[in-house]
Each structure stands twice: as structure tokens, then as C-alpha cells.
Design a protein around this ligand. Structure first.
Ligand code: SAH
Ligand code: SF4
Length: 339
């Protein structure tokens, strides 16, 4: 079965099959795929040109830019995008010294309900389709191209839990990492997860070539449950076991830890985290809490943040702060919510 509808969520092979079904020689897939995912003039040879002219309205997924917000420092810009059904998601372009990273959404809202996260606070609306994930990257790629740059890194860290929408996320990544199109190196892709254990195990078994960031935020089940309700379903022991399985398949692993004042930012928390991670080859990313309307926790104080980092470093872990650019446009981690 070859799917009807937009073509931007199709892999190269699927796109070729779609052309063939429509009576166009699949040899033209390369030009079409390049046009869809890497810009290019779209000057097609006659058979493809005829097909394109007949179908162009339905070939691409609609993602209309509703609003652009740029940060004062010029590094980050957030786009509010409307899907065909009017639901809205956000995609963020971050540039660190000309190396552009696109942060993409995988769902409208999120079902996981983490208490400090704006997306979690809005609840789950629906999964995004592969073409809707790819289309976000296309919109950002066009911005990059206009600046003479291209997207180097992809982080699945926007709205939603990517592993709760596993198949669409994997399909979109297969498209976006294809060298014939957008050509983002698989090693430059990071999937961030709340700790969706079945999804992590599946990534490990399928030997997905991507990096994985696990949002941990607490080192005991009791503390974690208070921040991340789904910890009840996938408790820490199981989560760490899944991380070990992922690591055994040589996947690069990051641990994300959002620092909340007085909740998880003491040296004792850092020591317990180090204990929990002992034996794992991980890089720890610290994220100072970004304010959201539905959570009254505060940002960890600077001295506590550096002490936390120091304690983990002394325990032998590489630890860095995740770049906090874009806070003035509410594009920081956990601040994405449409509307
Ligand atoms: N659902 C995935 C990816 C999207 S959230 C996940 O949870 O990992 C991306 C990151 O932002 C996660 O590490 C998440 O824990 C963090 N985050 C959420 N809300 C935040 C907030 N208010 N301040 C700082 N980080 C936050
Ligand atoms: Fe969903 Fe991630 Fe937000 Fe949790 S932190 S609610 S998993 S988007």
C-alpha cells in the first residue's frame, strides 16, 4: 500500500514507489526528493513536471507560519506553525556560532504531564504525522538557507514525547537524515525522552544511530514521581536498565537534569545522581528551570548550580549546562506551548 496524501513524510524508496504508481519513471525521485528536502529550483524534467503541476497542492504538508519570535540576542527564533487542521506547534531554530540546530515538536501537547513543563500543562491533543515533523524542519531550513547556512543538528526536544509517537518520529528522522535530501548526519540527531522505557528498548534493539537524552531530574522514585507522573509506570530501576541496554548498542547517552530551587539541586542530590549513574558512560546536561505559568517552583540559584556541577564532575562525569538561549522568547526548554 502506498500512502495517499503529502509526499514529504515519505522515504526516498517510498517516494519512488509513489511516482511509479502514478506512472512517472521512479528515476525522477532524486530530483523530487532534493526539491522537497534540500530546496533547489524545482526545475523538473517533463514527466515529473507534469505530475508536479497536477498534484503540487497536495504534495507538501501544510505548515503555515503563524508567528515568528526572535530573541533579543539574535541567536534563537521560534516559529508557531499551524497544521492543516489548525492545531499549532512550535519549532525553534538555534544558532551557536553559525552552527544551526533545529528543535522540533513530535506531538501537539503531551500526555506525560510533567509538572514543570508548559507542553505537559496543556495536555495531549494528538500525534504529529511524519510529514508534519519533516515540514517543521523544512520551514527552518528555508530560514537557514536564506542566511547561507544549513541545519547541522536536529533535537527532538520540542513539544511532545517523541517515543510516545515512535513510528512517526523514526520515519521523519529517516527522511531528514537521508543524504539525498536534508542530509543531517544521524550522529547529529538527539532524541529526548521522559524515560519511555519500551521506546528506549526499541531504539536499542533497532540500533538507531541517534543520540538519546533521558530527562531524569530526580534520583529516587518518590522524588521523581512528584515531578514526572509517568515514573510510576516506568520506575527508575527499569529506566536505568533500559539505558544500559541502549548503551550496550553503542548509542550515545545524555542525562538531562532540570534544576529546581530547593527540590533537586543540593550536593546530596548530585551525589545520589552520581551513585545512580555509576558504570554508565553518560554526559550530563543541566538545565536551570525555565518559568512556566502552571508551576510555582523557582530557578536554582547560581551558587547551587555550580556546586551541583562540581559535585558531579568530582564524581567523574562530564557535565555541562544546556544553552539557555531564547529565554526572552519563551523558547527555552519546557516553555513551548501553542497559543
Ligand atoms: N518529552 C521529551 C522532550 C521534550 S522536553 C522530554 O521530556 O525529554 C525537553 C526537555 O525540557 C526535557 O529534558 C524536559 O525535562 C525539559 N523541561 C521541561 N520543562 C522545563 C522547564 N520548565 N524548564 C527547564 N527544562 C524543562
Ligand atoms: Fe512531555 Fe517532555 Fe514536557 Fe514531560 S517534559 S510533559 S514528556 S514534553
Amino acid at each position: 500500500m502506498i500512502a495517499e496524501g503529502p509526499c514529504d513524510g515519505l522515504t526516498f524508496v517510498e517516494l519512488a514507489a509513489r511516482l511509479e504508481r502514478d506512472g512517472v519513471n521512479p528515476v525522477h525521485a532524486a530530483a523530487l526528493f532534493r526539491h522537497l528536502h534540500a530546496g533547489g529550483a524545482g526545475e523538473f524534467e517533463p514527466p515529473l513536471k507534469r505530475w508536479w503541476e497536477a498534484k503540487s497542492a497536495e504534495i507538501r504538508t501544510t505548515m503555515e507560519v503563524v508567528k515568528v519570535t526572535a530573541s533579543a540576542d539574535g541567536w534563537t527564533s521560534k516559529r508557531l506553525l499551524a497544521c492543516g487542521d489548525g492545531r499549532q506547534v512550535e519549532a525553534v531554530l538555534m544558532g551557536f556560532h553559525g552552527r544551526l540546530t533545529a528543535c522540533l515538536s513530535t506531538q501537539v501537547g503531551c500526555a506525560m504531564g510533567c509538572v514543570f513543563c508548559a507542553t505537559g500543562q496543556m495536555g495531549f491533543q494528538r500525534h504529529l504525522r511524519p510529514g508534519e515533523i519533516v515540514a517543521q524542519a523544512r520551514v527552518l531550513s528555508e530560514v537557514a538557507r536564506a542566511r547561507g547556512q544549513r541545519i547541522r543538528n536536529l533535537v527532538m526536544m520540542g513539544m511532545g514525547e517523541p517515543l510516545h509517537n515512535y513510528d512517526a518520529t523514526m520515519q521523519a528522522l529517516a527522511v531528514m537524515t537521508d543524504t539525498r535530501g536534508m542530509n543531517v548526519g544521524p550522529g547529529r540527531v538527539t532524541i529526548s525522552t521522559v524515560g519511555h522505557v519500551p521506546g528506549i528498548r526499541k531504539l536499542a534493539r533497532e540500533r538507531a544511530p541517534y543520540s538519546l537524552a533521558v530527562s531524569l531530574h530526580a534520583a529516587s522514585d518518590e522524588e521523581r514521581q512528584a515531578l514526572i507522573p509517568v515514573n510510576r509506570r516506568w520506575p527508575l530501576a527499569e529506566l536505568l536498565d533500559a539505558c544500559r541496554e541502549y548503551e550496550a548498542h553503542k548509542g550515545r547517552l545524555f542525562i538531562a537534569w532540570t534544576l529546581v530551587d530547593g527540590v533537586n539541586d543540593s550536593p546530596d542530590h548530585a551525589r545520589r545522581l552520581a551513585e545512580l549513574l555509576r558504570g554508565l558512560d553518560v554526559h550530563i546536561n543541566l538545565i536551570p528551570l525555565n518559568p512556566t505559568t502552571g508551576f510555582n517552583g523557582g530557578t536554582s540559584r547560581a551558587a547551587r548550580q555550580s556546586e551541583f556541577q562540581k559535585t558531579l564532575r568530582e564524581a567523574g562525569f562530564p557535565v555541562t549546562f544546556r544553552q539557555a538561549r531564547g529565554l526572552d522568547v519563551a523558547a527555552g526548554c519546557g516553555q513551548l506551548a501553542a497559543g
